[in-house]
Design a protein around this ligand. Structure first.
Ligand SMILES: Nc1ncnc2c1ncn2[C@@H]1O[C@H](COP(=O)(O)OP(=O)(O)OP(=O)(O)O)[C@@H](O)[C@H]1O
Ligand SMILES: [Mg+2]
Length: 604
């Protein structure tokens, strides 16, 4: 009885299922018959069920495949779509696209965070005329979790600004000015804090003090990614030994690795290009005192220190106005809208570099725009005419006192302290211009010594004194190095690749606006003007190196020849003794005389 009922249930169940399958999901039903074409009804299936299944399968087979694959589409209306369209906050965007900011994997995220913190500290110290002393400390909290602390002796940050600086993306002091600095976008440190929050849920800790007579404040804050606004969790006065400075602590998921992209390599390279800064570094595995308390500052003796080579700060750089050649039409129109100048002529004269009163008159006259026209009322056509006239007007290049190079001497000292080599050369080129922006290139070269001869050379790339460790292949610097013919400078070079030999190359580009290929500031865009300048600097260093290498080779050849002749001098003396019949003392004298002649005939 029970068996019968079960069979009936099974039969109706599967028949119903097959029927539904054939109707509602024809695709699945259509796929089945092909597989089970030859299959017999499974054991335990009644004949009735089997025949019903077969009917369903046949029906499914009859359905054309295309129709079977296309279930009814949902078609959204414009009104429905309108309900879903909304603002995207910049922090939401970068939280999803964190790879654009250099947070695409745990080890890179740790490095990027340190880089952003150190960049800010160096920028702030230099702007305030303070010789930088920076500490970078890393604590490993568990296998993948780290706490990064960056502390400086800079000017500190005004209390009311702290939340916006650390809790809002695109907030900073450097974006709107044309001045050489490491940071430029106003994203760096808040993005690092956001990454910490996303991966650990922990707030950023900031301690800052702006002067001896001011209170030190300790903040804990997070970024509200949906609004791109800061949320302050706590803000309290604290005692701090420092008179002025800032300490930032971020907890995050990360990985601490060695190699070319490592934090250790970064610290070495940053100290190389910033000889005026002292950097103290505590890697995560450095032993701490047994009784050290959580959060207690590490005594200097426990830190790895990179001491400054000079106390002289880089030359103070001036902020410049945009050069008219580098301004696009849209930007020009925006400037007309925003300017405080009363008329077009004074806007051209006052808001741009290298436009005198006469040149401004001239541009207006040739563009057929009244010099007295209100800039905000200028039409698109008028702006375009002015834009075209600017391109045809001869203007002086932008002022170049806005660029501070490291300098040939300091670069040389820094290189010597970094690598032991036989030969060094440094070149600082004169500033020039790309897209209206002044820039300058410096190259340092070290050759020989204990560097390996069989490997590709080591290339250190820098932009505004910041090492670039990623995206080497996409960088203008790499392109310029590979495009240089190193064979003529006595090095081997596989086609289209970096040269091979015992050489370290350091290339530095300083500019009021470095054209990075992305927001993560890892590679420099291929502007022909930049590539040309790098190539010229490389060629200059290469020429000097080639002279050294040729001399070295001549010396080596000479030594080889001498050794060869030296080997036969005693034999020659024996021969002479036999021919001339003199005694052994005389033979000794002949050996000395011949060695003397050989020594005097030395060419170098
Ligand atoms: N340690 C610090 N001391 C003093 N001011 C700081 C410090 N760190 C950041 N600031 C201020 O906060 C601003 C924002 O810093 P943030 O790193 O977010 O952007 P940025 O440095 O301007 O540009 P970038 O995104 O290229 O790094 C800076 O422009 C600077 O004015
Ligand atoms: Mg920054």
């Amino acid at each position: 009885m029970a068996k019968k009922a079960a069979k009936k249930r099974a039969a109706t169940g599967s028949a119903a299922k097959s029927g539904r399958a054939a109707k509602a999901t024809p695709k699945r039903a259509a796929a089945k018959p092909a597989r089970s074409k030859k299959a017999r009804p499974a054991a335990g299936t009644t004949r009735k069920t089997a025949s019903k299944q077969a009917t369903a399968k046949k029906a499914a087979k009859r359905t054309p495949a295309r129709a079977a694959a296309a279930p009814e589409r949902n078609r959204a209306t414009a009104d429905e779509m309108a309900t879903k369209q909304r603002d995207i906050s910049v922090s939401e965007f970068f939280a999803k696209n964190r790879h654009l900011l250099g947070f695409d994997n745990p080890s890179k995220a740790l490095l990027t965070t340190i880089k952003e913190g150190v960049d800010n500290s160096l920028d702030a110290c230099e702007e305030a005329g303070i010789v930088p002393e920076i500490r970078v400390e890393i604590d490993q909290l568990d296998e993948t979790r780290f706490r990064v602390s960056i502390e400086d002796n800079g000017p500190g940050i005004v209390r009311s600004q702290v939340p916006k600086i650390f809790g809002r993306l695109l907030y900073g002091s450097k974006f709107h000015r044309l001045r050489q600095s490491r940071g430029q976008q106003g994203i760096g440190i808040s993005a690092a804090g956001m990454y910490g929050l996303l991966t650990t849920g922990k707030p950023v800790n900031i301690r800052t003090r702006t002067g001896k007579n001011r209170d030190a404040h300790h903040f804990e804050l997070v970024i509200d990614t949906q609004k791109n606004e800061p949320r302050v969790k706590s803000d309290r006065k604290v005692n701090w030994k420092k008179d002025h400075g800032t300490r930032v602590e971020i907890e995050m998921e990360g990985a601490y690795r060695g190699g070319q992209h490592s934090i250790d390599a970064y610290i070495r390279q940053i100290s190389l290009a910033n000889p005026h800064a002292t950097l103290h570094f505590r890697p995560p595995k450095a032993p701490r005192k047994k009784d050290a308390k959580e959060g207690e500052p590490t005594p200097e003796a426990e830190l790895i220190s990179f001491k400054r080579v000079t106390r002289e700060l880089p030359a103070e750089t001036a902020e410049i106005k945009p050069h008219p050649y580098g301004v696009e039409l849209g930007v020009l129109m925006q400037m007309f809208r925003d300017t405080k100048a009363r008329n077009v002529k004074s806007c051209l004269q006052g808001d741009f570099a290298r436009v005198s009163s006469k040149v401004a008159w001239d541009i207006c006259a040739r563009a057929d725009v009244a010099p007295t026209r209100r800039p905000s009322e200028a039409t698109r056509d008028e702006a375009e005419r002015i834009h075209k006239t600017i391109k045809k007007t001869k203007l002086m290049n932008p002022p170049t006192d806005c660029i501070a190079p490291i300098g040939e001497d300091l670069l040389l000292r820094a290189l010597k302290s970094e690598v032991e080599a036989d030969f060094y050369a440094t070149v600082t080129r004169r500033p020039t211009v790309y897209r209206g922006n002044p820039f300058l290139v410096e190259v340092g070269l070290a050759y020989g010594g204990n560097m390996t001869a069989d490997d590709t050379i080591t290339l250190f790339r820098y932009a505004n004194r910041v090492p670039l460790q990623y995206q080497q292949g996409a960088c203008a610097v790499t392109k310029a190095v590979t495009n240089t013919d190193w064979k003529s400078y006595q090095l081997q070079q596989p086609r289209g690749a970096l040269p091979v030999g015992p050489m370290l190359l350091l290339v530095h580009i300083a500019s009021v606006w470095v054209p990075f290929t992305s927001e993560s500031k890892e590679a420099i865009a291929n502007y022909p003007e930049i590539i040309k300048e790098i190539r010229l600097a490389l060629q200059e260093c290469g020429r000097r190196m080639a002279i050294h290498v040729r001399k070295q080779r001549r010396e080596a050849d000479e030594l080889k020849k001498r050794a060869y002749i030296e080997k036969y001098i005693p034999q020659v003396a024996i021969g002479l003794q036999e021919i001339l019949g003199f005694d052994d003392r005389e033979r000794g004298r002949v050996v000395n005389q011949l060695s003397d002649v050989l020594e005097r005939s030395r060419k170098m």
